[in-house]
Design a protein around this ligand. Structure first.
Ligand SMILES: [Zn+2]
Ligand SMILES: [Zn+2]
Length: 176
């Protein structure tokens, strides 16, 4: 199933709640992306990485946790992570869920009742659903899936040993 694009939501939140401070010339000042199928421990996160002295920040939302979730959950998770980005990149303050975060969260929640930003992403993380463990024949890494898959190969090994091409040497097999 395809996931919904995050950029349009980002732009409307940026306008509604962040006074357009999260864009420069209408370009987001951070990257936005959906995770692959392996991020199952959280609904989303914000991170700042420094590459050669340049700050590159990104918001990653969990595809396995959110793809079948209500739209409100996607909105609330994205908004939560946007507050982190705003505190970090616009206010330049180093805090997690501190005063600035809380004030902004309360302000956004009072501005609309379509979704609610919370401290924790408190809708269920669908860990139970990812019950099938696939093991790479080559490296032994384990991956979680919602259902058994046929003929899938370990991306890491394909990239490392087979120039990114599928190869049966690194097939992922299921035993449960
Ligand atoms: Zn947070
Ligand atoms: Zn592998």
């Amino acid at each position: 199933m395809a996931v919904i694009p995050l950029v349009p939501i980002f732009h409307s939140f940026n306008r509604l709640f962040f006074d357009r401070t999260l864009t420069i010339n209408q370009v987001p000042i951070l990257k936005l992306k959906w995770s692959d199928n392996r991020l199952t421990t959280t609904a989303g996160f914000y991170k700042r990485i420094k590459i050669n002295g340049t700050v590159q920040s990104e918001i990653i939302l969990s595809k396995p946790v959110l793809e079948n979730s209500k739209l409100q959950n996607i909105h609330s998770t994205l908004c939560h992570e946007m507050i982190h980005a705003w505190v970090d990149l616009v206010l330049n303050i180093n805090e997690v869920h501190g005063t600035n975060f809380m004030t902004k969260m309360a302000q956004i929640n009072s501005q609309q009742d379509y979704f609610k930003v919370t401290i924790k992403h408190d809708f269920p993380v669908l860990r139970k659903e990812l019950k099938h463990v696939g093991v790479c024949l080559n490296c032994g890494d384990k991956y979680l899936y919602r259902k058994r898959m046929k003929n899938i190969a370990c991306k890491k090994c394909c990239n490392l040993f087979y120039k990114g091409l599928w190869n049966k040497q690194c097939l992922i097999v299921f035993d449960n």
